[in-house]
Design a binder for this molecule. Structure first.
Ligand SMILES: Nc1ncnc2c1ncn2[C@@H]1O[C@H](COP(=O)(O)OP(=O)(O)OP(=O)(O)O)[C@@H](O)[C@H]1O
Ligand SMILES: O=P(O)(O)OC[C@H]1O[C@H](OP(=O)(O)OP(=O)(O)O)[C@H](O)[C@@H]1O
Ligand SMILES: [Mg+2]
Length: 286
């Protein structure tokens, strides 16, 4: 099983980091190499440009791919399926035009020109609107094209909006919302390894929003503490082995939403718990 991952650019680091956290440690993968092995002898990694990854997967150079949804859509590959939203690399493809110009709606682009690094997505977007501008493909610095009379508007990536603002461009309409996805070629999806990889990556995502709470609770307060612990299933309750005689306490462990931790600590303290520890969780397979 081979996974294609971004070789550089902003998606490279977070993707490698995710694979590592998922337990798929890379080996022999020094920078600038084309391939790397992983600790799993059945899983290797191919480094490729973010934009090339969907085609590599579709054509069989790799079986699974990790790249932006925008790239998957732009490649128009029809034999791959999405397996998991990895929820980083969040951005929007937007139609944007000069702030103080005449383009205020999609309809204003009839007979106009739109520059983009994403000609297929742009064509699909306009096909749905019935408006038919010329679409000009550029390979970078798209934001400049309206100011050099190459285009009336652009379709480009935005996240913080800084680049658009710097270039005095305003969003006319959202074209596509994107984030990084795990996807695979349809003829390999039934292989058990695909699900193993998907589960490993998803376990990291699951763990990100959770914390592992540990606390000591007097046995006679256990039910009260139980009642104020939210989250996954019931807490785990363990006897505390105590050489100096039983002091009537148990250890309570629970997985709790990160957002609930603050309130939960207040509540369990009130209910009689002590020695509360909050731990990060590396992976969580439900
Ligand atoms: N500003 C941004 N915020 C969030 N995600 C982004 C942003 N810009 C790009 N992305 C996501 O990252 C993907 C790759 O962009 P990136 O700029 O890293 O590569 P690239 O410009 O294609 O690299 P190169 O052309 O140098 O190989 C995009 O397709 C998109 O999914
Ligand atoms: O809304 P913002 O936060 O400003 O982000 C948008 C910018 O980010 C991307 O460029 P990137 O930084 O990847 O540089 P690149 O043009 O070299 O790919 C994208 O092409 C936009 O130009
Ligand atoms: Mg870029």
């Amino acid at each position: 099983m081979r996974i294609a991952v971004p070789n550089k650019g902003r998606l490279h680091e977070p993707t490698i980091d995710l694979l590592e956290r998922a337990g798929l440690h890379l080996e022999n993968g020094a920078d600038r190499k084309l391939y790397a092995d992983t600790v799993d002898p059945d899983v290797s990694v191919l480094f490729a440009r973010a934009a090339d990854i969907p085609e590599y997967v579709a054509d069989g150079a790799a079986d699974l791919g990790i790249t932006g949804y925008d790239q998957v859509r732009e490649a128009r590959v029809d034999n791959v399926s999405e397996l998991l939203d990895l929820e980083f690399g969040r951005c929007r493809l937007v139609l944007a035009a000069p702030e103080d110009g005449d383009i205020e709606s999609v309809a204003d682009l009839e007979g106009g020109t739109v520059a983009t690094e994403f000609p297929n997505i742009t064509a699909d977007f306009f096909a749905d609107t019935g408006v038919e501008p010329d679409i000009v493909e550029v390979s970078g610095a798209t934001e400049l094209t309206p100011h050099v009379e190459m285009a009336d508007a652009i379709v480009d990536i935005t996240s913080t909006g800084t680049t658009l603002k710097m270039n005095r461009l305003a969003v006319v309409e959202e074209v596509l919302a994107s984030s990084v996805r795990l996807f695979g070629r349809e003829d390999v999806l039934e292989e058990p390894k695909v699900d193993e990889v998907r589960t490993a990556l998803s376990s990291v995502k699951q763990a990100e929003g959770k914390r592992y709470l540990m606390m000591n609770v007097p046995e006679d307060r256990l039910e009260t503490v139980r009642d104020v612990i939210p989250g996954m299933g019931g807490p785990t309750v363990m006897d505390i082995a105590d050489e100096n005689g039983d002091d009537g306490k148990v250890a309570v462990h629970a997985v709790v939403d990160e957002r609930d931790v603050f309130e939960t600590i207040t509540e369990v303290k009130k209910a009689g718990a002590s020695d509360v520890l909050v731990n990060e969780i590396e992976r969580l397979v439900e």
